[in-house]
Design a protein around this ligand. Structure first.
Ligand SMILES: [Zn+2]
Ligand SMILES: [Zn+2]
Length: 150
């Protein structure tokens, strides 16, 4: 483990704190309707990390929610302030998606997905990272990240 790569984050009230002990795999913004509903906002930004690299303290509650694919996911919230910290997709074993904006250090999205459902008030400058729906992971993720999930 390289300490320099370590990222830290927390919920709004400070009950939940977490660390990501290795480089994240990929960061993406999703503009789909499910993500709008779960955030009450225009889009979500998720940073995918290996579950073994994620260390959390403080009590969280979880709920099973639907996804566009129908596979569903478990979302984890701070039991006090309700901030949504991370989720575990049923189709992505061994990996979790951290809510990027709970991290101390900003990470820019490497892709925007479900741009077909994007709110008109949102303008994404870099069109080359926009995808109407989902991308092909083999063509979009850095090779280093693809190797880590094999
Ligand atoms: Zn909290
Ligand atoms: Zn979404």
């Amino acid at each position: 483990m390289n300490k320099k790569n370590e990222l830290k984050g927390r919920c709004a009230c400070g009950n939940v704190n977490f660390k990501i002990e290795n480089s994240p795999l990929f960061t993406q913004a999703c503009h789909c309707k499910n993500c709008k509903l779960s955030t009450g906002s225009s889009f979500v930004i998720h940073t995918m990390v290996m579950e073994e690299d994620f260390k959390i303290s403080g009590d969280v509650a979880s709920i099973d929610l639907p996804t566009g694919s129908g596979q569903g996911y478990d979302a984890y919230f701070c039991i006090i302030c309700g901030v949504y910290i991370f989720c575990r997709y049923n189709i992505s074993k061994g990996r979790i998606a951290v809510r990027t904006k709970t991290l101390e250090e900003p990470i820019e999205p490497q892709a925007h997905i479900f741009v077909k459902d994007k709110d008109p008030c949102i303008e994404i400058k870099d069109k080359t990272i926009c995808h109407d729906t989902m991308y092909d992971r083999e063509k979009t993720w850095p090779k280093e990240s693809l190797d880590r999930i094999k």
